[in-house]
Design a binder for this molecule. Structure first.
Ligand code: S3P
Length: 183
């Protein structure tokens, strides 16, 4: 239906669980590559005129997922090459995933459960965690999502390393992918 851009011209889309650092790492990666940065969650909030917790509470998760699909579709099909941080559930949607695989280089940021639990603890605004035990939710999401996240083009373990170290790992992996002859 739509053409596949050559790898060197593709948007770089970050996937992975909540708390792994997609936005922080994405912003720094964009700076390092001199590309614009887009945060899908932020774009969804702008499009809906509501915060993510408001969308979940007032419209429900299905409506949020539909908005997420539309927004990521627009970013991938209409915006020039950029670094895109996606919400943790975006790559689980088969339509969004197939578009991301076609139009972007996908990077799975991966971390151990303890690291994620520590990181999400600092932010009490994530609808999937409100009123729940974050360790249990994240453990369940890992079981469901890791086999699908593993379909990403590149996997980078972030763990407790500073964001810049993850950025360096992504840059090396991109280089290997884009200039195979030089590695
Ligand atoms: C979600 C992750 C969130 C946000 C929404 C749903 C998920 O984004 O999109 O709360 O399903 O994992 P972050 O991964 O940026 O926290």
């Amino acid at each position: 239906m739509t053409s596949e851009p050559p790898p060197g011209q593709r948007t770089i889309a970050l996937v992975g669980l909540m708390g792994v650092g997609k936005s922080t790492i994405g912003r720094r990666l964009a700076l390092a590559l001199d590309l614009p940065f887009r945060d899908a969650d932020q774009e969804i909030e702008i499009a809906a005129g509501r915060t993510i917790p408001e969308i979940f509470a007032q419209l429900g998760e299905a409506e949020f997922r539909a908005g997420e699909r539309r927004v990521i579709g627009r970013l991938l099909l209409q915006e020039p090459r950029h670094v895109l941080a996606t919400g943790g559930g975006a790559f689980m949607d088969s339509q969004t995933r197939s578009l991301m695989k076609q139009k972007a280089i996908t990077v799975w940021l991966k971390a151990d459960l303890d690291v994620l639990v520590r990181r999400v603890g600092r932010k009490a605004t994530r609808p999937l965690l409100i009123g729940k035990n974050p360790r249990e939710v994240l453990q369940e999401l890992m079981e469901k999502r890791y086999p699908v996240y593993a379909e990403a083009d590149i996997t980078v373990m972030t763990d407790d390393r500073p964001a810049n170290a993850a950025v360096e790992s992504i840059l090396s992996a991109l280089k290997r992918r884009l200039e195979p002859a030089a590695s």
